[in-house]
Design a protein around this ligand. Sequence first.
Ligand SMILES: O=C(CO)COP(=O)(O)O
Length: 137
Amino acid sequence: MTSLSARTPRFALVAHDARKDEIVEWVGLQLVPLSGMHVFSTGTTGSLIKTAFSELNVTCLKSGPLGGDQQIGAMICQAELDALIFFVDPLSPMPHDVDVKALTRLATVYDLPMACSRSTADLIVDGLLGEKTDERF
Ligand SMILES: O=C(CO)COP(=O)(O)O
């Protein structure tokens, strides 16, 4: 087993419009651990996070409806991510619903730690940075 310090954890952070304020707030609460990670994000979510926390290492992909969800899905297939934090809006129809479903499906297929809520996102951060029993690091 390699140690966590062997490489920087890579997190994808994504939120639908109704939950963008929530993900920015969550990032603020997890700023210390996230500072040691490489963050990938869909376009609009990533810009908001970058604006709020310029000290974070954030790579912005395409906006979700323009292919950003699919870019993150491709990263999952290529084992380029360690976790997906995806604050989904369960109450609104989405024009790119198929992309949303494909993304969560791929996270499941590849057994990638995925959180759609703050409490689970906290558990993932704690789990990945706590005592390591996970051979992915
Ligand atoms: O739509 C999204 C995820 O499905 C998020 O995309 P944005 O961060 O570009 O709004």
